[in-house]
Design a protein around this ligand. Structure first.
Ligand code: NAP
Length: 468
């Protein structure tokens, strides 16, 4: 596959091998883009700004509908490619594609309702007989940088809203899983003016750096780890910035909860995409009293999961993105065991595969739960009461989403008040997102929101018009 700059396919002699994490075989290769390529892409996006800005809302909406229509019949083909390059179970890759299509539709709809507002100027001193209203304008060039774990939907969450409000885009997928996203960019480009969408492949520290620091870029929309997000924020300068970063989401189960529902939610939330989800359940906080019952059921349900070939529709858990990632999980679990955690099931690694693992007696200070563990691990922290549960939930630098299981409305309200997170979900795992909801974390989990309407808000500028 090739890069895309100014409407042209660009190849390079140097390549990046893309491997299937299931068997470590090479699937394909992509060009190793350079800083010069990134500069070219930014220039192209800058040149295309005028044609996009002058396009009618009706036209860009139509283009997004057309892209949706063209992509729809290829759902299975894209899903298979996602599974081959990431190891995500095919069932979940199909779900990602269904959501991606929906994100495009939401953007096509949103492009027709980008409203300003009328300002009651005469409410201020000197404003009598003055008419004031705002218009929403595109920011210009948007740099969109995405991680490996949801390669298509996370790309669409940036590209489609950016186009919906008439911006141009320079896009860079993760070099660990660039194929489906590049294929998507190729498909979209046919419908767009040259340079409106550019797609680069290569090392984030080089081309990503250029996309972040180039002064022609007006807005950076980044999804990825906290470390990369922090380094981007230092280089961004006077650019609008959206950072969707890592999570360390708690699922709190209080002693009045519906245990069966909480267990089902935990299994879904801990092991989806082998735990490689920003909003995966990464800490299970159990109130003593229900702990034994919950743990017994969680272990039973965890043992029922099938790990194996992600292309098999029956598979629940595939490999992690690569062996290095699985070794990292193995090490942090071993460290927790050495510090007193108790292994209840799982805990073994085979290449890039890591078994779904339940650990009890985890202390809130262990690295396993202080940092983001990106793997299929359910660490259990037991607490004595509601106050301690919410205190432990907040005892991390992250604050993406949080789930709380309780049958008490008072406790639910207290959770909403006390928990520091971008979303608090009652009787639902934090591993939940609809593509129209405002999504984005507090604390080190990021700044700004995505979810089409909210992304559009962050990708536009407000101009005030005053008529005397
Ligand atoms: P990552 O290592 O931070 O990489 C993300 C992207 O940033 C990749 O495209 C990467 O390029 C690029 N990059 C690396 N260094 C850069 C730099 N100096 N300047 C600009 N770009 C740079 O993250 P990952 O391991 O792919 O993804 C996992 C992380 O993403 C987890 O922490 C997860 O929680 C988070 N995530 C957050 C959300 C959310 O919505 N909050 C959603 C999904 C994932 P290359 O890797 O290609 O070099």
């Amino acid at each position: 596959m090739k890069m895309l700059i100014n409407g042209k396919s660009i190849d390079k002699t140097e390549k990046i091998e893309v491997r299937n994490p299931t068997n470590n075989l090479i699937i394909d290769e992509v060009p190793l883009g350079s800083r010069e390529d990134a500069k070219e892409a930014v220039f192209a996006a800058n040149r295309a700004k005028k044609v996009m800005r002058d396009m009618s809302s009706r036209k860009i909406s139509r283009i997004l509908y057309d892209i949706h229509q063209e992509l729809s019949p290829s759902l299975d083909e894209f899903a298979e490619l996602i599974t081959r390059e990431t190891g995500k179970p095919i069932r979940d890759s199909k779900e990602e594609m269904r959501r991606s299509l929906q994100t495009i539709l939401l953007s096509a709809e949103e492009s027709k309702r980008i409203y300003g507002e009328t300002i009651p100027m005469d409410a201020g001193i000197g404003g009598k007989n003055v008419l004031g209203f705002t218009v929403k304008l595109p920011v210009g060039v948007v740099s969109a940088i995405t991680p490996f774990n949801y390669p298509v939907n996370l790309a669409i969450h940036k590209i489609a809203p950016a186009l919906a409000c008439k911006n141009t885009v320079v896009f860079k997928p993760s070099q660990k899983a660039p194929l489906a996203a590049l294929k998507l960019a190729e498909l979209m480009d046919v419908h767009l003016p040259p340079g409106a969408l550019n797609a680069l492949t290569g090392d984030g520290r080089i081309i990503g750096d250029e996309m972040v620091s180039n002064s022609l870029v007006n807005k950076i929309s980044f999804t990825g780890s906290v470390a990369t997000g922090v380094s981007i924020s230092k280089k961004a300068g006077m650019k609008k910035l959206t950072l969707e970063l890592g999570g360390n989401d708690p699922l709190v189960v209080l002693d009045d909860a519906d245990i069966d529902k909480a267990v089902t939610a935990t299994v879904r939330g801990s092991y989806l995409n082998a735990g490689q989800v920003c909003i995966a359940v990464k800490r299970i906080i159990l109130q003593q009293g229900i702990a034994d019952d919950f743990i017994a059921k969680l272990v039973t349900e965890t043992k029922k999961l099938t790990m194996g070939d992600p292309l098999n529709p029956e598979t629940d858990i595939g490999p992690l993105i690569n062996e290095k990632a699985a070794i990292k999980v193995e090490k942090v679990v071993e460290e927790a065991l050495n510090e007193g955690a108790e292994l209840l099931c799982g805990g073994k690694r085979d290449g890039a595969f890591y078994e779904p693992t339940v650990l009890d007696q985890v202390s809130p200070s262990m690295k396993l739960v202080q940092e983001e563990t990106f793997g299929p691990v359910s660490p259990i922290i037991q607490v004595k009461d509601v106050e301690e549960a919410f205190k432990v939930a907040n005892d991390t630098d992250y604050g993406l989403q949080a789930g709380v299981f309780t049958e008490s409305i008072d406790r639910a309200k207290k959770a909403v008040r006390m928990i520091e997170a971008g979303s608090v979900l009652i009787n639902k795992q934090p591993t939940f997102r609809t593509d129209n909801m405002p999504f984005g974390g507090f604390k080190m989990s990021g700044m700004g929101k995505e979810g089409v309407k909210y992304a559009v808000e962050d990708m536009t500028r407000t101009k005030l018009v005053v008529i005397g």
